[in-house]
Design a protein around this ligand. Structure first.
Ligand code: SAM
Length: 245
């Protein structure tokens, strides 16, 4: 039986593709790609010629049988997305779940992932974090999502597009208040920038310099501050007195 390799590809800088990833891509029978034209450019850069098959959110379920049959026939398959690690806000979950359930061998070939790169350099706590993918596009739903996260003590991590970065920062200021926000923009690319401050300060930066609102973003927000220890012990005293009474 063949193996499905889940291969991470660069999030900007092509040098980030690992030698192992290149070897795997060069060796498989077929590469299932989110966008075959996009992946064709990467393969050209690597001087690798392999057949490509599209696998995106609209046809993923339909591809399962086809790829499963090829694996059964002893062929190896690679899965890639346009950038970074497949399945992380990218297609692949439906395929991997189905192949895992049917007992196929699935091997990750780790590499770039925007959220991990962003956290590794942001200076916010990383011992625990909540990755939330993209916030909803509509303001009401976005505010509800932020509201639902407002008590979480872990660092909050979001993916964000240039079209909505300002709207999201406005909602963070409104719903989460004065927390530290770190924006990682254009990671591994020429205009890689980290901005740090409250959501309102970051909006001011973008008003002064609109370039700061361009490109791809990982948005990280400090978790909820710990509850006031004095208030907690006061509660304790109130409870103790009530019990004694
Ligand atoms: N699978 C990818 C990964 O492993 O990071 C993420 C794919 S998701 C469709 C694309 C989003 O990831 C972008 O909108 C942005 O929020 C984030 N992203 C991808 N590349 C990035 C980069 N170079 N700098 C900052 N954020 C990036």
């Amino acid at each position: 039986k063949g193996t499905l390799y889940v291969v991470a590809t660069p999030i900007g800088n092509l040098e980030d593709l690992s030698p192992r990833a290149a070897g795997v891509l060069a060796g498989v029978a077929v590469i299932a790609a989110e966008d075959t034209r996009h992946t064709a450019r990467l393969l050209k850069h690597l001087s690798i010629e392999r057949p490509l098959l599209s696998l995106h959110e609209h046809n993923e379920a339909g591809r399962v049988g086809q790829l499963s049959a090829r694996l059964e026939g002893g062929e190896d398959v690679a899965l890639v997305s346009d950038a970074g690690t497949p399945l992380i806000s990218d297609p692949g979950f439906v395929l991997v779940r189905a192949l895992r359930e049917s007992g196929h061998r699935i091997v990750p070939v780790p590499g770039p992932c925007a959220l991990v790169a962003a956290l590794s350099a942001a200076g916010l706590p990383t011992d625990r974090f909540v990755f939330n993918g993209f916030l909803p596009a509509k303001r009401g739903a976005r505010r509800n999502s932020l509201e639902a996260l407002s008590e979480r003590a872990e660092t909050l991590v979001f993916y964000e597009s240039p079209h909505r970065i300002r709207d999201s920062l406005e909602d963070i200021a409104a719903v989460l208040g004065e927390r530290r926000v770190v924006l990682a923009r254009e990671l591994t690319k020429t205009f890689e920038t980290f901005l740090d401050g409250s959501a309102e300060q970051l909006l001011e930066r973008m008003a002064q310099d609109p370039d700061q609102a361009r490109g791809e973003f990982v948005m990280m927000v400090a978790g909820a501050p710990p509850r006031d220890a004095d208030a907690a012990s006061l509660d304790g005293q109130v409870i103790l007195q009530a019990l004694l009474a």
